[in-house]
Design a protein around this ligand. Structure first.
Ligand code: BES
Ligand code: MN
Ligand code: ZN
Length: 490
């Protein structure tokens, strides 16, 4: 599917026109209705379509309109029509007609700004994501017929220019989604590292550490998680130097558990297949770095991915094992299924030690308890820095990736203490996401840090957003790209 910008709909098969909820046809919709002798307004009056968000009405063979298929597209309330509402309308228009048989969909936004036209093109790209490489028997009528989406705008050049960085972000989100969707027999740590290494032509520098190198660094927490797997653990280090030479970088750290069986503390069979997406944090960081490089962001950034597979095995880590972390702190492994914090403990320590970053943000599908706390449409935000947390919270509503700040009470910290070691990796169910965050905090060495527990949001099963089809979300790429752009560039 390609996006193009044009001054007119031309010979498009389908013409989508925005209608605000409860409002008469206006702008391009009013013009088309006039050309059709009022047929569009009559069609609307004959239906329940009022212009509500995520609703559409197809009008076929309207007289006086070149396109055989006019799609009245609900844009929601006129006074709530922001960029996200526009994204929803554009994405919904695509979904409504993607398998209709038409090849070219024009969305007439000539009454809006070129930046809004660009945004609509971006939304359609996100909406059109599919992961169907393993479907060998798809019925032709179920495959998208729409091959071109033409956004009609008053200033084609300006729309194209505004769309270029969005194109980079869309590609990055798709890259992250593909990583999240791949099953664990295909995407194991070394394959993940290869795919990240292949991004170097974008201008990223990528270094991959294997087990021998991590052993030398003393990263026993991370290595302990991977020691039951025949797949070699990896640490992928991505750098984007788009800022001033010598400026301390901003840093992003991702949990990349390519499959989480739970290890010896094995998970129940029911739903275990979901754990192919336990690398959603690492995918988001890789996607973010892709986005920053793709749009040549004016910032120095590093991404560090802890890539492991958590398996039960004769060589697997046992409950009760005591492990020395890279920081020197010792950890009693109570539950081998609380593995994400072990991986991140060493990855965070490595990141602050090697890069002396301005701040670190980690993303992780860390705890099932986060889903219990917030439900499926919010990620949990934990931070030792109000400034950093506020910058994330400010970006969130602009991209529709919801976060809720969680407390990190000092009086809960001692819950993670152990009698036999400096700390334990698991302690009861109470406040499970909070105690996990407090565990991570012990590896931040006081650097400004935020932790996003994305267990609720990495994968969506019943999507309410046209731009986020069911499946892998790539959650965090847009949020952090927006935050970097708004708070840390220029
Ligand atoms: N990867 C899981 C968390 C998870 C659960 C993510 C469901 C997405 C959906 C994590 O490694 C885990 O197993 N956490 C345990 C922690 C517990 C043993 C302290 C959990 O949530 O039960
Ligand atoms: Mn686990
Ligand atoms: Zn996990």
């Amino acid at each position: 599917m390609t996006i193009e910008f044009a001054a007119a709909a031309g010979s498009a098969d389908i013409l989508a026109l925005l209608v605000h909820d409860g409002q008469p046809l206006a702008g391009p919709a009013a013009a088309a209705d006039a050309a059709a002798g009022g047929a569009l307004a009559r069609a609307q009056a004959a239906s329940r379509f009022t212009g509500g968000a995520r609703s559409t009405l197809s009008v076929l063979a309207a007289p006086g309109v070149e396109a055989g298929h006019v799609l009245l597209t609900g844009a929601g309330a006129a006074d709530k029509f922001d960029d996200l509402a526009l994204e929803t309308a554009a994405g919904q228009a695509y979904h409504a007609v993607k398998t209709s048989g038409g090849a070219v969909l024009a969305i007439d936004l000539s009454h809006l700004s070129p930046a809004q036209a660009a945004r609509a093109g971006f939304a359609v790209q996100l909406a059109a994501y599919r992961f169907d490489k393993y479907l060998t028997k798809q019925k032709p009528e179920k495959l998208p017929s729409v091959k071109t989406v033409r956004i009609v705008t008053g200033d084609v050049e300006a729309a194209r220019a505004a769309h270029a960085p969005m194109q980079a972000v869309a590609e990055a989100v798709h890259f992250a989604r593909d990583l999240v969707a791949e099953p664990a027999n295909v995407l194991y740590p070394a394959e993940f590292a290869r795919r990240v290494k292949a991004l170097e032509p974008l201008g990223l520098k990528v270094e991959i550490l294997g087990e021998a190198e991590m052993e030398k660094l003393g990263m026993r927490l991370l290595l302990g998680v991977g020691q039951g797997s025949v797949r070699e653990s990896q640490l992928a280090i991505m750098r984007w130097d788009g800022g001033k030479a010598g400026d301390a970088p901003i840093a992003f750290v991702g949990k990349g558990v390519c499959f989480d069986t739970g290890g010896i503390s094995i998970k129940p069979a029911q739903g275990m297949e979901d754990m192919i997406w336990d690398m959603g944090g690492a995918a988001a960081v890789a996607g973010l770095m892709h986005a920053l490089a793709g749009r040549k962001a004016k910032v120095n950034a590093v991404g560090v991915l802890g890539l492991v597979e958590n398996m039960p095995d004769g060589n697997a880590q046992r409950p009760g094992d005591i492990v020395v972390s890279m920081s020197g702190q010792t950890v009693e492994v109570i539950n081998t299924d609380a593995e994400g914090r072990l991986v991140l403990g060493d990855a965070l320590w490595y990141t602050q030690e090697h890069f002396k970053p301005k701040f670190m943000i980690d993303l992780a599908t860390l705890t099932g308890a986060m889903i219990i706390s917030l439900g499926l449409d919010y990620a949990g935000l934990f931070s030792n820095s109000d400034e950093l947390a506020d910058n994330i919270l400010a970006a969130s509503p602009r991209v529709g990736e919801n976060v809720w700040r969680m407390p990190m009470p000092a009086q809960y910290d001692k819950i993670m203490d152990s009698k036999q070691a400096d700390m334990r990796n698991s302690a009861g169910r109470d406040g499970g996401s909070i105690t996990a965050a407090l565990f991570l905090q012990r590896f931040t060495n006081g650097v400004p840090w935020a932790h996003l527990d994305i267990a609720p949001t990495a994968w969506v099963k019943d999507s309410q957003r046209p731009t986020v089809p069911d499946g892998p979300v790539g959650w965090g790429v847009r949020l952090l790209d927006r935050m970097v752009q708004d708070s840390y560039e220029g």
